[in-house]
Design a protein around this ligand. Structure first.
Ligand code: DX5
Ligand code: ZN
Length: 218
């Protein structure tokens, strides 16, 4: 079954706990939390205090996607907020190796996100330090954008590269994924699908998540 990580960027920020419980009951595999600072990306969302409050209302794995400058400064805060995965952007740090070590030293799993234009060669010397790779299929900053078609090839290449290196690191793909293209994204090699608007703007969150999880069975 496909692993689905609903992005709360498209949830109702005034009723966050309700939306989180809805996706949990619907069978979400983890909760994707988009943190934006208005610098690395042109949008601002939430920080560690909100994540800490959400931690009290759900047992879901928290998968935090940091779209911020100076991520080093905030790793401890998110770890203390009770998250299980912290994904940082390859483009946001001069010292990626140290940053990934910092995350693991907090007992948190690491993810490395690549913007659409970033080549996968950046993974080469970090393979021992990665628990997940996040391939962005839109330019980060906003929900509801269109999937960039060139990314299908990038996912396949990443899957091939990781297999050649004998690494079983899950590939997560984020941006513009809905019921219309989830199967194709997974056929290319994605294992974890992030989806915001296609889930939260659907008539039935529960049915959409269920159909997404089963999309590779048809
Ligand atoms: C984009 C975020 C995504 C976003 C996905 O910068 O990282 O997680 O919420 O939203 P959709 O699924 O609407 O493209
Ligand atoms: Zn995201």
């Amino acid at each position: 079954m496909i692993k689905v990580a609903p992005s709360i960027l498209s949830a109702d920020f005034a009723n966050m706990s309700l939306d989180v419980k809805t996706v949990e009951e619907a069978g979400a595999d983890m909760l994707h939390i988009d943190v934006m600072d208005g610098h690395f990306v042109p949008n601002i969302t939430i920080g560690a205090p909100v994540v800490k409050s959400l931690r009290k209302v759900t047992d879901l794995v928290f998968d935090v996607h940091l779209m911020i400058d100076n991520p080093e400064q905030y790793i401890k805060d998110f770890a203390l907020a009770g998250v299980q995965i912290i994904t940082v952007h390859a483009e946001a740090s001069k010292h990626l190796h140290r940053l990934l070590q910092m995350i693991r030293n907090e007992g948190v799993k690491t993810g490395l996100a690549l913007n659409p234009a970033t080549p996968i060669s950046v993974l080469e010397h970090l393979l021992d330090d990665l628990d997940m790779v996040l391939i962005m299929s839109v330019n980060p900053g906003f929900g509801g954008q269109k999937f960039i078609p060139a990314i299908y090839d990038k996912i396949s290449l990443t899957r091939k590269y990781l297999s050649e290196k004998n690494r079983h690191i899950p590939i997560q793909v984020d941006g513009g994924i809905g019921l219309d293209n989830i199967k194709k994204v997974c056929d290319c090699g994605a294992e974890i699908i992030v989806s915001g608007s296609a889930i939260f703007n659907s008539d039935s969150i529960k049915e959409t998540i269920w159909l997404m999880k089963k999309a590779d069975e048809v």
